[in-house]
Ligand binder design. Structure first.
Ligand code: SF4
Length: 303
């Protein structure tokens, strides 16, 4: 059986679209209708008026956001085990605990959260628009979670007081990038420019020439006159960067920077998902309604 052909056939029969995050396996990115970061994919999911099914090749919170924003469509997560560990780090109880200490401070949650946390927030953000979202709020103190590093970056850029919720939230993959490894690569490739994701630690961000989300990195790589880039984010992005810029060179700053949760989706799982309508993402409407408000507020912020 030619898996690719079978997926394409099923996709057409079922009026489905396949979305894949930039960190997914190359073959999954290749079969997708759209590849992007969480904000690009959420926008695509909303724009696809004719699609009845969205197969979201990524992790749990992204598929949840698509389901929240597209209640009339079926959203499928090919592998139920594709769960982002960072998204599990922010609980509603933690938000309530910190909110009690800062009752007037707005709660901003990174989209890398479960629907329940989004429902308890004032507004969501992604790594592409976190600075603009916090800047848009009429408040000097903001509760922000779950990624402490992204929160610190936002504080640096906005000058506002960011209270991290929880205090210790992090992405295990982005913490693998260390300034010492980048220094070695810079010695080997003095003509390279260093792109760093804001989920990396502040020590790593300090040695960056460019800091941005994966979509911003793709844009920077395209527009920059540099020919060589040291990249500090999950290694899956290299596939898209190289495809879009065949004449440029991309070097991952740490060889083992792999998010296993992003690699768990395979073509076999996408096929099974389309064939058997699994795994359908279901969010209780009471939670979805509130979470939708936070996501929609984010889309209203210009970035
Ligand atoms: S790369 Fe980090 S934030 Fe993204 S899904 Fe993996 S663990 Fe979560």
């Amino acid at each position: 059986m030619d898996l690719t052909q079978e997926i394409l056939k099923l996709k057409k029969e079922k009026k489905a679209i396949i979305l894949a995050h930039n960190y997914e396996r190359p073959e999954v990115q290749d079969i997708a209708d759209y590849t992007g970061d969480s904000i690009e994919l959420s926008r695509k999911a909303m724009a696809e008026k004719d699609a009845e099914i969205i197969v979201f090749s990524a992790v749990d919170f992204m598929a949840e956001s698509a389901a929240i924003l597209n209640p009339q469509k079926k959203v499928l997560l090919p592998c139920a085990g594709a769960r982002c560990p960072m998204a599990q780090m922010l609980t509603v109880d933690e938000i309530k605990r910190v909110k009690a200490l800062y009752p007037t401070a707005p709660v901003v949650v990174y989209v890398n959260t479960l629907a329940s946390a989004k429902a308890y927030s004032d507004i969501c953000c992604t790594s592409a628009n976190a600075v603009q979202v916090v800047q848009s709020l009429d408040a000097d103190t903001v509760l922000f979670g779950p990624d402490r590093n992204l929160g610190e970056y936002v504080a640096e850029k906005t000058g506002k007081k960011i209270v991290p919720i929880p205090e210790w939230g992090f992405c295990p993959t982005h913490l693998l990038f260390q300034p010492e490894d980048i220094a070695v690569l810079k010695l080997k490739h003095p003509d390279a420019t260093v792109m760093v994701h804001p989920e990396c630690s502040s020590d790593t961000r300090k040695v960056a020439d460019f800091i941005g989300s994966t979509s911003k990195m793709c844009q920077y790589a395209k527009e920059s006159s540099f020919k060589k880039f040291v990249v500090c984010t999950e290694e899956g992005i290299l596939y898209r960067l190289q495809k879009e810029n065949p004449a440029k060179e991309f070097i991952i700053a740490y060889d083992g920077a792999v998010c296993p949760n992003m690699k768990i989706t395979t073509l076999e799982r996408i096929y099974a998902s389309l064939k058997e309508n699994k795994h359908l993402v279901k969010i209780p409407e009471s939670v979805a309604q509130k979470a939708r408000v936070s996501l929609e507020r984010m889309f209203e912020v210009k970035s």
